[in-house]
Design a binder for this molecule. Structure first.
Ligand code: CP
Length: 303
């Protein structure tokens, strides 16, 4: 994985995904190791973030790397009209690896084509969020003891949810049964469903959340992505489509875990947080170990 960019989850093989998960276990056991002292990592966030940016920065700091970057593109020369191409070319002179989030789909791939250092896609519009996928795989393997033969329910905004797109693609490498719960207007795009069909895996589509609770090993809740709607009235129609409440979990399987990439708006009631099935805050913590594993692998410090 040395010097490889990670733009789509399929840029890494399933064997490489497992290698990252195994390495993350080692970092979870020993998170502070000064193995990246000679490296500079740039975090370029053209779109808001709490977990992805700060867990990357925490991961890099715990490994001794130095950090440069921005979370307010308004404070950069982009404001003067500089192009993304020139921004990336310049920052690749200042750093050994770039972590980038951008609202435009395809921007991370473009950046990887003009950069002289590896790019990690930290989310490009509604397209992909591969590092979230790796921490989701880590969380699922840790809680279920396996990645194969699981019933995974994806709930909410399956159209614009980039975390859903890349996680569905990753689970096409396993014998997964997909349960897809969304408003009709926010169904999983056919460009993602094609991956399920190609692997001859089974998927079921629903509009009601309660139907999938007794079937699921994992419920992956997602926020309706307000910022991706061109017409605010369309968002108003679907914004409260699903709210998972504690009493809805009474007939759940004992091994069920509830995941959410976060941020949450109102799709999981606060009373669920104290249920042992709620795993989303630990899931966010797992992001540090996965991102340590990615930084160390791509910078070539581990193999
Ligand atoms: N899961 C995730 O991408 O969260 P942030 O938007 O806070 O980075």
């Amino acid at each position: 994985m040395k010097n490889k960019s990670l733009i789509s989850i399929n840029d890494f093989t399933p064997e490489e995904h497992i290698r990252i998960l195994d390495l993350a276990e080692e970092f979870e056991r020993q998170p502070t190791q000064r193995i990246l002292e000679e490296f500079v990592v740039a975090t370029l966030f053209f779109e808001p973030s709490t977990r992805t940016r700060l867990s990357f920065e925490s991961a890099a700091s715990r490994l001794g790397a130095r950090l440069i970057g921005f979370s307010e593109p308004a404070s950069t020369s982009l404001q003067k009209g500089e192009s993304l191409r020139d921004t990336i070319r310049t920052i690749s002179n200042y750093s050994d690896l770039i972590v980038m989030r951008h609202p435009r789909e395809g921007s991370a791939r473009f950046a990887s084509e003009v950069s002289t250092v590896p790019i990690i896609n930290a989310g490009d519009g509604a397209n992909q969020h591969p590092t979230q996928t790796l921490l989701d795989l880590y969380s699922i393997r840790k809680t279920q003891g396996k990645l194969d033969n699981l019933n995974i329910a994806f709930v909410g905004d399956l159209k614009y949810g980039r975390t859903v797109h890349s996680l569905v693609m990753a689970f096409c490498n396993y014998n997964t049964t997909f349960h897809l719960v969304s408003p009709v207007a926010l169904k999983l795009p056919s460009s993602v469903k094609i991956h399920i069909k190609d692997k001859k895996l089974t998927y079921h589509q629903y509009t009601e959340l309660q139907e999938i609770v007794p079937k699921a090993d994992i419920i992956y809740m997602t926020r309706i992505q307000k910022e991706r709607f061109s017409d605010p009235l369309d968002y108003e129609k679907v914004k409260n489509s699903y709210v998972l409440k504690k009493q809805m979990l009474e007939d759940a399987k004992p091994n069920l875990k509830i995941l959410h990439p976060l941020p949450r708006v109102n799709e999981i009631a606060i009373d669920v947080d104290s249920n042992p099935m709620a795993y989303y805050f630990t899931q966010a913590l797992n992001g540090v170990f996965i991102r340590q594993a990615l930084l160390a692998s791509i910078l070539g410090v581990v193999s």
